[in-house]
Design a protein around this ligand. Structure first.
Ligand SMILES: [Zn+2]
Ligand SMILES: [Zn+2]
Length: 742
């Protein structure tokens, strides 16, 4: 291929309201018979810096307002910025200058530069940005293209091109039947959801599919090329702007009309409209005569507070797309005794700002606390205990919402109940939550529940029992006994709630099949205590229902049941564990629960939903909330719709005191964290073999007023915030608390 040096001026006519793109999750050329072209050989011709942003560049056309190419301050993003309009009907016309000619085969007659553009809003500049080095916050490996607008202070997303192209995946397209040197005029219009393109004053606009602007990785250049046989390289960008009329002021940024609204699990359904301005809900009621920059027609859809995932391991934050796609707008992290930090927690939280898809709640991990003071055994020294309490106290002051335990993991399994009570008192002083992965979910399930209740009672602390289950044959059928204990505790004035994921399998390491005593000195145990070790491993396997319920998902024998591995190796499962897997040998799915127990727990009025994600090989990480809503609520009728709203948002908002922060309700003055879904179609699709399949039915997900899922399409945005427990005033129980509000 030969080089083309092109100069482009884009002129877009954006009409309003023009939002709600209907994009496919696949990247298609839209040009039959054309395939992508190798672009090697093209090189950078433009180098720009952040300082050059918004500085004009001369060009031979009149009326230029702004033209630029700029890096985004990291190692490669380049943005084509178009500007000058200040309103909703901005007209932009593009000129493309090409030098040289393509000797490649015919171009297929496709004549378009295509943008997945949309609503422009009240902005002065718009840019197309490509960031192939995936260095943007939360980006996880693939480049993306986005359309943004500049309001004089910040860049806001408009309708967004679909992201997640591979870093070198070509975009397209600008093409005529024959590419020639000289100026070409290009005009884009957006009408409704469709983008039309004109080139060289052609009479009939082409409805076009997709546009992508790609950057030569690492060189700061910018090029656009077509879907097969043409590649162009732009060294300059100019634009010609027809000033738009003064934009019509809108009543709201977003207006949600015609939905079936549940302001909380205690209210609804109401057929009301919701107006959003900035981050906040600003009106609810009959708003049919109001205007907005984005209208969301929620006809036939349910509108509820954004789902709160009460139990996750999304500790490092980020876009958290798997949660967003489930309708989750807030995640609770730092669970099961593990958290990334126990000191400088506030600094860590600060570092997450601007990188988050959903809102973020952090807990302090008890095992992490122990590690931080060098405690591994049963009894802390006075100094160790005081230091743990000080760390925890400071973390709570920095915004952590409580402490979590992982009492089957190192080294929490060595802790005494007294140690936990003493730490929980610190949590209670801040009105936080004691969230516990209990000491047993199997043989000693009831004793473990009693311990959790006792800790909450003696410390005066609210309790969250994590991923409640009856794990293994020794616990099967005990769900009712568990609930009886929890009911009694709550009736006595304690505050105990729990979360559950809607599956009959768990996932964790294979190490839990080894006795703790052997892990202290594995080599010695294998050599000198082999028979004892075999007996204990066999018992641990049986405690989880047997080797034919243990599906290995990583390590040497991934995607095989432990029983099948044993058969194929001609060994007993315990010998496979000792000789062929060993400590650190991977993870497994444990099909260790009965559906009857799951369904006994689920409707309980103290139980909320938590995914325990992310776990790469368990569908709960991608599908917990849609599965709960579709399979259990709609199809099985496990609870009413309002109860389901309680379980997917309101209970968690109460437990983590989010109502004090104006979150968790659809009410004026509250943050616009909203999930809109189709109750008739919502369902999970992920399986244990394909755990990443995204669910169906989630139509809009709004986090702090930003629409991240827009009519089913993901728009990368990082509007999530780190929430912080700031009040040191212990609050009354959830029921009392609720009554204070209503
Ligand atoms: Zn856990
Ligand atoms: Zn967990």
């Amino acid at each position: 291929m030969k080089l083309f040096y092109c100069l482009i001026i884009l002129l877009c006519l954006i009409t309003l309201p023009a939002f709600c793109n209907h994009y496919e999750d696949s990247f298609e050329t839209g040009v039959p018979g054309l395939s992508w072209t190798d672009v090697n050989g093209f090189h950078s011709i433009v180098e720009a810096t952040a300082e050059s942003r918004l500085s004009g560049i001369s060009h031979p056309c009149s009326g230029t307002k702004v033209l630029m190419v700029a890096t985004d301050g990291d190692t490669g993003g380049v943005h084509l910025v178009l500007g000058g309009g200040n309103g909703q009907n901005m007209t932009v016309e593009a000129w493309v200058f090409c030098e040289g000619n393509d000797t490649a085969p015919t171009h297929g007659g496709y004549q378009a530069l295509v943008a997945r553009a949309s609503y422009m809003g009240n902005h002065n500049f718009v840019r197309l940005a490509w960031d192939p080095d995936h260095s943007e916050p939360g980006d996880s490996g693939d480049g993306w293209v986005k359309l943004q607008a500049y309001d004089g202070t910040t860049w806001d997303y408009l309708g967004i091109d679909y992201s997640q192209f591979g870093a070198q995946t070509p975009g397209y397209i600008l093409n005529g039947t024959e590419w020639q040197s000289g100026w070409h005029r290009l005009k884009l219009t957006v009408e409704g959801n469709t983008v039309y393109a004109f080139i060289d004053n052609m009479e009939t606009p082409q409805a076009v599919g997709t546009m992508s602007v790609t950057l030569r990785d690492g060189q700061g250049g910018f090029y656009v090329y077509t879907s097969g046989d043409y590649a162009g390289y732009f060294d300059d960008f100019v634009m010609d702007v027809t000033p738009s009329p003064t934009p019509t002021p809108a009543d709201f940024d977003i207006l949600i009309n015609n939905g079936e609204v549940y302001p909380s699990g205690y209210q609804g359904p109401l057929w009301v409209d919701i107006g959003i301005t900035g981050e906040l809900i600003t009106a609810i009621g009959d708003l049919s005569d109001k205007t907005a920059h984005q209208l969301i027609d929620a006809s036939g859809l349910m509108v509820t507070p954004g789902f709160i995932d009460a139990h996750t391991h999304a500790d490092s934050g980020g876009a958290l797309l798997a949660y967003i796609r489930q309708g989750v707008t807030t995640v609770v992290t730092g669970n099961c005794g593990s958290s990334p930090h126990v000191t400088n927690v506030g600094t860590f939280y600060d570092s997450l700002e601007g990188t988050l898809g959903p809102n973020y709640i952090g807990l302090v991990g008890h095992n992490a606390l122990r590690a931080a003071v060098g405690l591994s055994g049963t009894t802390p020294t006075v100094t160790q205990m005081e230091t743990m309490k000080n760390y925890l106290d400071q973390a709570l002051r920095d915004g952590a919402f409580g402490m979590s335990t992982g009492l089957i993991y190192a080294t929490g399994y060595n802790s005494t109940t007294e140690e936990l009570i003493e730490l929980a008192r610190v949590v209670a002083a801040h009105g936080g939550v004691y969230a516990t992965h209990m000491r047993s979910e199997g043989e000693f399930l009831l004793e473990a529940v009693d311990e959790a209740i006792r800790i909450g009672h003696e410390a005066g602390c609210r309790v969250q029992i994590s991923h409640l289950k009856c794990g293994g044959p020794s616990a099967w059928g005990k769900a009712s006994q568990v609930l009886t204990r929890i009911d009694a505790a709550n009736a006595a004035g304690d505050h105990v709630m729990m979360d559950q994921y809607p599956y009959t399998a768990s996932q964790t390491t294979l190490d839990i099949l080894f006795p703790q005593w052997a892990l202290y000195n594995w080599a010695y145990a294998v050599t000198n205590q082999r028979s004892e070790l075999e007996v204990d491993i066999r018992a641990l396997i049986e405690a989880r229902g047997g080797a034919d319920r243990i599906y290995i998902i990583s390590g040497t024998f991934h995607h095989q049941y432990l029983s099948d591995v044993a058969t194929s190796l001609g060994k007993d499962p315990e010998d496979v564990m000792i000789d062929d897997i060993g400590p650190g040998g991977g993870s497994a799915i444990y099909h260790m629960m009965l559906e009857s127990d799951v369904q006994t727990f689920m409707p309980h009025p103290r139980l909320m939903i938590g995914s325990d994600g992310p776990t790469g090989a368990h569908p709960r990480g991608s599908s917990t909330f849609p599965r709960f809503w579709g399979h259990y609520v709609r199809d099985l009728g496990i609870c009413t719709v309002k109860e389901a709203v309680l379980k997917t948002s309101t209970f968690a908002a109460q437990q983590f005191r989010l109502l004090e922060q104006q979150r968790g309700l659809l009410q004026p003055g509250y943050y616009a964290d909203i999930t809109i879904f189709d109750y008739s179609t919502i369902i999970d699709r992920a399986t244990y073999d394909e755990p990443g399949l995204s669910p169906l039915g989630i139509r809009y997900v709004i986090v702090n007023g930003a629409v991240i899922i827009n009519n089913g399409t993901y728009q990368p945005q990082y509007s999530g915030e780190v929430l912080r427990l700031t009040s040191s005033t212990p609050t009354p129980s959830a029921a009392t608390y609720w009554n204070a509000y209503y």
